[in-house]
Structure formats: C-alpha cells, structure tokens
Ligand binder design. Structure first.
Ligand code: VG1
Ligand code: CO
Length: 543
C-alpha cells in the first residue's frame, strides 16, 4: 500500500457548528481543506484502527469526489473496513441505522442538510460516533483543536473505487463494502410500524403525496411507500437525488417546499402530504389545506405512540430542544413521564437516549425521531403519522383539533432572518444580552416578564455544561420569545426568533398563529429592534 504523508497548514475556520462543518463547495475544494478536516477527525479518535466506519452522503455536488478522498485517507489511517452507500448515497438516519447495526466505530456523513447544493452551493461533513449519533461537543471540540495545529495528513495513492456496484473491494488492506443504501433502514421501519395497516390505508381511498425535494430520501421513499406499502406510482415526487437538488433549497418548510404546499392547499388536494430535507432527517407534515407545526407534530406522536407497534409499551420520557414549543411537555405531564429541555441540535439527545431516559425527541425545526437510531428521521415521522391516521381513521386536521381539545394549543411561530450581515446580527444579540438583567418585572401591554436569560444546559447524564444556547424572555402567562443565531449557515448570519403562547380555551383554537401571536411579535421587535438592526423589513422564512 502506497501511503503518502502530505505536508499541510491549518485552516482557522474548521469549527463544527450545530451539525457538522458546513462551508461553500468552493471552500471545500481548496487544496487540503477536506483532507485537513478528515485527518483532524481521525486524530481525535482512539482505537479506530482495524475497525469499521460507515460513509455516505446526500448526493449533493462534490459527494463522490469527497468519498474517494475519504476512502483513501481511511485506508492510510488504518481503518479496517468502510461500508459505503451505493453511489455514495446514505441518508443521515440510514447512516445512523447502519452504524448501530454493524457495530461500527462511527460514520462520516457528507451533507449540508437543508442548505442548497451545486458548485456554488454548500457542502458539509459530519462525524457520528458509535451509538450512531452526532459527535458530542467534547468530540467536535477535539476535532477543531486538531485542525488548528495539523501539519500533515495521510492518504493512499490508489485508483478510485467503483461506488455504483454492490460488493467488496480493497484499498491496500482496507475493505470497501458498497452496500444497498435502503435495505437496512427499510427493515428497521418495518419492525416499528404496522405495515399491513398502512398498506391498507395507502391502497384505499386515502391519497398521499411525498416530496423528496430531489434530495436523498427519493430512493427510500420509492422503496417504502410505493414498492412496499402499495402507494400508487407517482406518490413520491422529486424522487431522484440531484447534485444541485434541481436548483432548489431542500428545506421542507412552507416557503421552500412550495410545490407540495400548492398541491395540499389546492383544488382536489390529497389527504396527506410530507416532505423531507437534503439528508433526510427532517420532515414536514401537511393535511388537506392544513399545516402541522413541527412542535405539535412531536406532541401528537408522543400522545399517540402506544397505537404504533414499536412503541406499544409506552415512552420512558420525551426530550425537546429549548426553542421547541412546550406542547410536548403537556403530553409528558399527562403521561406521567419526564420531559427534558436541551439546547438546539440533535447531539444533545444522544446521552438521554443511550441512558433510556427518553424514547421520543424533537425539534421545532422539522425534526423528530426516537430511540430506534440516534439521529432525527424524516421518513420515520411520516410513517408514524400514517400509522396513527390508519388506526384512528381521522383526517390530519381532525386529529390535530382533538389533540388541542385535550391538551390546549401552543400557538407557535419561528421567524428566520437569513443572510444578515454578521456584525449586525452580533450587535443585536449583544444589545439583547445587555438588557437581560433589566427585563424581569417589566410590562409589555398585558404581559409581564417573568425571567430573561441566556439558556445553559447541564447534561443530566455526563454533567457537561453548554452555555449561550439562546436568549429567552419568558412571561408570567407562560408565553415566550427566544432569540438565537443559527449555527448551520455559511453566509453571514441567520437570526431565528421563536414565539410561543399557550391557549387553553377550545373556542380560541382556530386562529391563524400570526394573529394569535401578533402582540408577542411586536414585543420581540420592540426589545430587539430587529428591523433597524438587521436592515430587513420582514423575515425571509416564517414557520
Ligand atoms: C438548525 C436547526 C436545528 C437542527 C440543525 C440541524 O440549526 O435549528 O434544530 O438540529 O439545523 O438540522 P441552526 O443552528 O441553524 O438553528 V439539519 O436537518 O441541518 O441536520
Ligand atoms: Co437535515
């Protein structure tokens, strides 16, 4: 085996964010850039020599080139075997599934998730540990530390591996095993859900539409919904992964999944619509002319979990990220189980899941999943919804209204201001921090501030502390405003403003959230001076 040791110099910007290292493709294409990060990742691991690693990505531009480089570096660094998804395709949840099922030491996922792709788009690299979940901060900090002092990396000189043919080949001593991207994941789904019942639903009068947004879930959705569950051909749209996602933004929200929204809010709309993101870990659920807020979706799945075979025994607990609405807390309370509040990012759920303190987790950003893997899981959420609807024989809207009737409604909205100049966004957050000590007791109309802080989290399992996870302003009536800067963007800053208000009265459950939250929105503007400081009249995305 011809191992080359290549001299290199550190890049100063290889600090992983909320979910891996994300940069423009052109940044990753600089000589040594990807190599430095991969070597830093290996350098931060112990005892990986001879072990198995899982590798794949969402099929975006630069996926294949990056896989070839990583395979040759893995061989040079002594990895024993790499399981790589056919044609380089593995969704984030499928990667987590394969890591767990094969007892791999970890995995590398090539994706910038919901960020656009193509030569001028974004690329990303994420390292997952042996439980199948995103590396915790301890690991990402170690990778970053190595990236700041790296002076060489190791790579094998070898021809490229055929990624399209299933089976094994070798680079030096290392085995490269090209695996079917879908099989293991589809089996896992079949073990959790009542496929016969969902089959009946999808072959009857119920109509669904699944939008894979030209991203990674296409092959999974075709195999599961159309081939296995009998949904008519054409149920899955935009089902072929494209390197540039067809020029779109593979983010399943009301703005970027507009094609699906138009269908579900149009004439003769189907009963159910769903979309997923670039790497397949997010989901958006729609009913006929009805949008399900992701925070509500988490609460509904938790409340109805025992209707689904994989969760028949009940849940040990629920976890949600801090900005996610407290709808799930009300379900947990009723079920008599704990509800944990973690910082934003799936990596914070890993310890709770490993310790079996929680069964289901979710984030307001269209992410839900359970202890079946250690990532959020888009198609899992879709199947969960279908299983519940098949049992209850209700429409999405009826189910949601029943839920609010029982638990009350947490009106919720998120405002994203994308592409804000970093200096302006930092000023806004600094100003907010400066006000934190003075807000308590202050009145805004009928509302009075009960607390204001910057969220800190102490992991209940390993005691690690994560500070500065978002500014919270809570009012005495239970409503909240949260401000955070995104940790996944690649250009300037993205400000996220999260608004929440609880309504117990069923006669007031039919409002448009924007109406119900109007005065909170005005308070957010008053406190943070968003328009002036961002220079933007309105958010780029409202959820
Ligand atoms: C966003 C979401 C967060 C999610 C993260 C990764 O992070 O808010 O909830 O876990 O994306 O999702 P941020 O820092 O931009 O707010 V994905 O689908 O990009 O892996
Ligand atoms: Co994603």
């Amino acid at each position: 085996m011809n191992i080359e040791t290549v001299a290199t110099q550190p890049f100063s910007d290889q600090k992983p964010g909320t979910s891996g290292l994300r940069k423009r493709v052109t940044v990753f294409q600089q000589p040594h850039y990807l190599e430095n990060f991969i070597q830093s990742t290996f350098d931060s691991l112990e005892n990986y020599q001879g072990q198995t690693l899982v590798l794949g990505g969402d099929g975006r531009y630069y996926n294949r080139q990056a896989i070839q480089i990583i395979l040759k570096m893995a061989a040079a660094n002594g990895v024993g075997r790499v399981k790589v998804g056919q044609s380089g395709i593995l969704s984030t949840p499928a990667t987590s599934c394969v890591i767990r099922q094969t007892g791999a030491i970890g995995g590398i996922i090539l994706s910038a998730s919901h960020n656009p792709g193509g030569p001028d788009g974004d690329f990303g690299v994420k390292y997952n540990i042996s439980n199948g979940g995103p590396a915790p901060e301890k690991v990402t900090e170690a990778i970053f530390a190595h990236s700041k002092v790296i002076d060489h990396y190791k790579i094998v000189t070898a021809p490229d591996v055929d990624l399209d043919t299933l089976g094994e080949s070798r680079i030096g001593e290392m085995v490269v095993e090209v695996i079917n991207s879908v099989t293991d994941y589809a089996k896992l789904m079949e073990s959790l859900f009542d496929f016969d019942l969902i089959h009946q639903l999808l072959t009857g009068s119920f109509r669904m539409c699944m939008d894979s947004m030209h991203a990674v879930t296409g092959p999974y959705a075709h195999a599961i919904f159309e081939q296995r569950l009998g949904a008519p051909a054409g149920t899955v749209q935009n089902g072929t992964p494209l390197e540039d996602f067809g020029g779109g933004h593979p983010d399943p929200n009301l703005v970027y999944a507009h094609d699906l929204v138009a269908i579900l809010f149009g004439e003769n709309a189907p009963d159910f619509g769903a979309a997923s993101d670039g790497d397949g870990d997010r989901n958006m659920i729609l009913g006929r002319k009805f949008f399900v807020n992701p925070s509500d979706s988490l609460a509904v799945l938790a409340a109805n979990a025992t209707l689904v075979p994989g969760y028949r025994e009940g849940l040990t607990g629920i976890a949600r990220s801090m900005p996610t609405s407290q709808a799930a807390d009300r379900v947990a309370e009723k079920l008599g189980i704990p509800c944990f509040e973690t910082p934003t990012g799936w990596k914070f759920f890993g310890n709770l899941l490993d310790a079996d303190r929680v069964t289901i987790c979710g984030e307001e950003s269209f992410g839900t999943s359970s202890n079946h893997i250690r990532e959020k899981d888009g198609l899992w959420a879709v199947l969960f919804w279908l299983n519940i609807l098949a049992v209850k024989q209700q429409s999405v809207e009826e189910l949601m209204h029943d839920h609010w009737q029982t638990y009350g409604r947490n009106y919720y909205s998120r405002y994203d201001y994308e592409g804000v100049e970093s200096d302006r966004a930092n000023t806004l957050m600094t100003n907010l921090h400066a006000q934190l000590p003075t807000l308590k007791g202050r009145k805004f109309g009928v509302r009075e501030v009960e607390y204001s802080d910057d969220f800190s989290y102490t992991d209940p399992i390993d005691g690690s502390v994560s500070n500065n996870q978002g500014v919270r302003i809570g009012f005495t009536d239970g409503s909240r405003i949260v401000f955070r800067l995104s940790g996944t963007g690649t250009q300037g800053a993205t400000l996220r403003v999260y608004l929440e208000q609880y309504e117990a009265d069923p006669t007031k459950h039919h409002l448009d959230p924007q109406e119900a939250l109007a005065d909170l929105i005005a308070i957010a503007e008053q406190v943070a001076q968003i328009r002036t400081l961002t220079g933007m009249e309105k958010p780029t995305v409202i959820t």
